[in-house]
Design a protein. Structure first.
Length: 464
């Protein structure tokens, strides 16, 4: 809010305004003499008024730019869902393509609605809203659509952007963690059970752990740092993916009787590449929008550190696979790009350029060895556990090793946050996953899995 200049306030009050612009001075013989106002004082008042208008105009411009940038960033995050869908389709069998596309379509739809109804206010309880009312106001959903509440449209809300801008950006984040789970359980989970699980994850898990930090909760008070969600988005999805993959078990034919694993190649590597580059593009909004303003210095730094980490991750993973397997693996290089992006997300605004390169490179090496290790016991068709969980943990801990916050104390704080979120998500996912398994079931029949979920669950094929 701006302050009214003192000279204006006096005039509005009436008392000062009643006084003339000149001062009547009694002269000898009863005559009066006008004494001119000090020109320096008049000039100062004019300057104050001009300064007020200049500041007001700057505030309005900054507020508008903030809103435009954050909304654009939200649109970029939305594009990431197309990237996830493309990546997942390309890395899995052709016979499950329709199922994957339907899941990803439902995830963004369910995510936006559940976050509006419950998640937004649960995650950010500090906003001045009636208790028990979601963003849509459960008691009167149409009121949100037709609202003209100027408090939500003015610079007063959060001093930088509107309530609607805030919701739009944050809601795009919410659906992302459920999308991560989708890839790890591809090809064998019941569609209905997956949708129930995703809804519960977006209502009772993601907003709760997010509130611990981003909603001003106990992790925030403890000093935990996670700029754009290495832990609060990616590790949440990664932990859930790990537990659900364990509960589901592997795809038919993945493991032999002696415990050795068989490679199940993806169906479309060009589609994987398209998906990864869409995700990289969307990540500029994911991280850049998390500045929550159009501050040129902060946003440009974040975009550069994000790019450098992605590049270093792709290079490190590609070279590591070439060195270890004697042939360069394009799928590993592409996952290395994603690993670098996940790794830098926690501290993108805190790192020097060289530090972002180191974090990205370590992420690329980690994702290679993690994929190889996880694949021996856990069937994760797209490498979601390695990319989002392992590199999410690394990126969060890196905030205590590199950057402006680096210290032993900060590292311990980061570790506590990683463990706290991990324990909550693992317990939540285990309870919900096992409950679904022992009631409605979570895995399709072997015959349905063999023929493919496109035909068995949707009655159609992706390619004819």
């Amino acid at each position: 809010m701006f302050a009214v200049p003192a000279v204006w306030a006096q005039e509005e009050g009436g008392e000062a305004a009643a006084e003339p612009a000149t001062e009547q001075v009694a002269a000898e013989g009863g005559a009066t003499e006008e004494e001119p106002v000090d020109p320096d004082l008049e000039q100062e008042e004019s300057a104050n008024a001009a300064g007020y208008w200049e500041a007001y105009e700057k505030d309005e411009i900054a507020w508008t730019l903030n809103n435009l940038w954050i909304m654009l960033a939200g649109c970029l995050v939305f594009i990431m869902h197309l990237g996830f869908a493309s990546l997942e389709c390309g890395l899995t069998r052709q016979k499950n393509t329709i199922n994957i596309l339907f899941k990803n379509t439902m995830i963004i739809s369910i995510g936006l609605l559940t976050y509006a109804l419950v998640g937004f206010n649960l995650m950010y309880p500090g906003f001045d809203a009636d208790a028990g009312e979601g963003f849509l106001k459960l008691s009167a959903i149409p009121s949100f659509i037709t609202t003209t509440d100027v408090a939500s449209l003015s610079p007063e809300y959060n001093a930088g952007y509107t309530w609607y801008t805030d919701f739009f950006f944050q809601a795009m984040f919410a659906a992302t963690c459920a999308t991560i789970v989708s890839g790890a359980v591809a090809g064998r989970i019941k569609l209905s059970s997956f949708l129930v699980f995703s809804t519960l994850l977006l209502v009772f898990c993601y907003p709760v752990t997010g509130a611990w930090k981003w909603g001003g909760g106990w992790l925030h008070q403890d000093g935990f740092y996670d700029f754009a969600g290495s832990t609060l988005v990616h590790s949440v999805g990664g932990w859930a993916a790990l537990v659900m993959a364990l509960i589901l078990g592997p795809r038919i034919g993945k493991y032999n009787a002696d415990g050795t694993s068989n490679a199940i190649p993806g169906s479309n590597m060009p589609l994987v590449a398209v998906g990864v580059f869409l995700l990289w593009f969307g990540w500029f909004g994911f991280n850049g929008g998390s500045v929550l303003s159009a501050n040129a210095v902060s946003v440009s730094l974040v975009l550069v550190t994000t790019s450098m980490a992605a590049a270093a991750g792709g290079l490190a993973a590609g070279l590591t696979s070439w060195l270890m397997d004697k042939k360069p693996d394009v799928s590993m290089a592409l996952n290395g790009i994603l690993a670098g992006l996940v790794g830098i997300t926690a501290g993108a605004d805190q790192m020097a350029i060289w530090e972002s390169v180191v974090i990205g490179a370590v992420s690329g090496v980690l994702v290679y060895f993690s994929v190889v290790t996880v694949d021996k016991k856990i069937d994760d068709p797209v490498g979601a556990i390695s990319v989002h969980l392992v590199c999410g943990i690394w990126g969060t801990l890196a905030c205590g090793i590199f950057g402006e916050l680096a210290s032993g104390e900060q590292f311990i704080t980061q570790l506590k946050g990683v463990l706290a979120v991990g324990v909550y998500v693992v317990i939540f996912t285990a309870v919900v996953g096992l409950a679904l398994k022992n009631t409605v079931g979570i895995r399709v029949d072997p015959e349905e899995e063999e023929v493919g979920l496109d035909v068995s669950e949707h009655g159609m094929k992706a390619y004819n």
